[in-house]
Design a protein around this ligand. Structure first.
Ligand code: FES
Ligand code: FE2
Length: 450
């Protein structure tokens, strides 16, 4: 990709920690992102608890494009482009539901939940020779994969397997998506998706959740209000010592935490039922996991646009691009499937006062992203790069977690994860195909090590 004759790499000065504002405000770059990032990367499209039975569907998005996540009569999961093969009409205009066929409202073509074109009105009169329906099925993604209840898809046949692509983030997802007692029990979504639009570039969202400890200053008011699940205390219970962790080859940014396991923890003290439930969970978690029970995945971004909170709250967020300065936020909340209903309801209330359009913490974040986008679009503003120098040279390792790590107590003062996110972004933007997108070398970060 070139913008004004420059490659994406030239806009991202990884070694110096400077990134051109064009990356966030340039329309040409945005269009190129849709092509080069969103048709090649693995994208989160939904959760298996949204399509439990054959015929269940959930209308999701990959980049700007609508897709249908569904389960066919044989139980196989599919992801189809939500467009009719006849004249392009959206074949499914609902958010989610259950159906036998997707019937296009325009001229009535109908498709089975395995994508086959099964009905064409007036077909016998209209087509000579007869229409070969097998050539006009719904368009299906190149690859689909599931991981601990999450469903992912990519349009690229040559993309590596999802498990390879997740790299160091696999551990974070294991911790974030697993049952709190450390067992193989499932988690499930609480209700459906909160969706809302913000006037910000999607990468502000992705980089923030990849690991931006320095922005906690903007959450001061929430901390003072004390929205946490233990009365009068900050936004969340003590997560322990934080480790800012980069997946150097794949561009994911993760924040792990560690607190020595203690079966008498007093988390969620504002609710006796939740407090009791999590105490039991901790006990079992310690039995199962030993010292590693205290390891948690607090927050992170899987490149490009799936972010998660894995501890308090527990949520997934997709930052869908809708324009260079517009992002559609889709947030879901989840909890242990076997948790008592009273505990789930307590968690739901806590989660939505933290995150989502009405969540106090997310409101702080959105103010920042929205104004930063607006204030960076001008002719003068875009001449000056952003500063991502914090923590340059502080990268280390930690035996508890994989990847490149900035350790406690300076973990919250580094911008290593956003830096690495944009390094990977530039690789995607400049590469002609996955052949050129083989993971960058771990040693690439050694230039920053002190
Ligand atoms: S556009 Fe779907 S049937 Fe014509
Ligand atoms: Fe925040």
């Amino acid at each position: 990709m070139t913008v004004h004759g420059h490659s994406a790499k030239s806009l991202v000065d990884f070694a110096r920690g400077e990134i051109s504002r064009e990356v966030f405000v340039n329309e040409e770059i945005y269009q190129e992102e849709l092509e080069r990032v969103f048709t090649r990367g693995w994208l989160y499209v939904g959760h298996t608890s949204q399509i439990k039975k054959p015929g269940d569907y959930f209308v999701s998005c990959m980049g700007e494009e609508s897709v249908i996540l569904t389960r066919d009569p044989a139980g196989k999961v599919h992801v189809f482009l939500n467009t009719c093969r006849h004249r392009g009409m959206k074949v499914c205009r609902y958010d989610e539901g259950h159906t036998v066929h997707f019937v296009c409202p325009y001229h009535g073509w109908s498709y089975a939940t395995d994508g086959r074109l099964v009905g064409v009105p007036q077909a016998e009169k209209a087509y000579r020779p007869p229409l070969d329906r097998s050539q006009w099925a719904l368009i299906e993604v190149a690859q689909i994969a599931q991981y601990r209840g999450t469903v992912w898809a990519t349009w690229d046949h040559s993309a590596p397997a999802l498990l390879d692509y997740l790299g160091e983030a696999k551990l974070a997802l294991d911790l974030a998506l697993g049952a709190w007692d450390g067992s193989d029990e499932e988690t499930e979504l609480l209700g459906s998706v909160q969706k809302w639009l913000i006037p910000a570039n999607w990468k502000f969202v992705a980089e923030n959740f990849s690991g931006d400890g320095l922005h906690v200053v903007s959450h001061r008011s929430v901390d003072l209000v004390g929205i946490g699940p233990t009365d009068g205390e900050g936004r969340r219970d003590d997560p322990g010592k934080l480790m800012m962790t980069t997946s150097p080859q794949w561009g994911h940014g993760l924040t792990f935490s560690y607190l020595p396991p203690d079966p008498n923890r007093t988390d969620y003290a504002a609710s006796p039922a939740a407090s009791q439930y999590f105490k039991q969970c901790w006990k079992k978690r310690i039995e199962r996991m030993g010292d590693r029970a205290g390891l948690q995945a607090v927050v992170g971004t899987i490149f490009p646009n799936l972010s998660f909170h894995g501890q308090q709250p527990r949520t997934l967020l997709v930052a869908h691009p809708r324009g260079v300065a517009k992002t559609e936020m889709w947030r879901v909340y989840f909890a242990d499937r076997n948790a008592p209903e009273e505990v789930k309801q307590f968690l739901r209330h806590y989660y939505i006062r933290y995150s989502g359009p009405a969540g106090m913490t997310e409101q702080d974040d959105m103010e920042n992203w929205n104004y930063a986008t607006a204030a960076s679009r001008g002719s003068i503003a875009r001449r000056y790069p952003y500063n991502y120098k914090a923590g340059l040279g502080a990268e280390e390792t930690n035996e508890m977690v994989p990847g490149v790590v900035t350790n406690h107590p300076i973990s919250l003062t580094t911008e290593q994860n956003p830096r690495n996110f944009y390094k990977r972004w530039a690789e995607f933007m400049d590469a002609k195909s996955w052949r050129d997108l083989k993971p960058s070398q771990v040693d690439d970060l050694s230039e920053h090590r002190r």
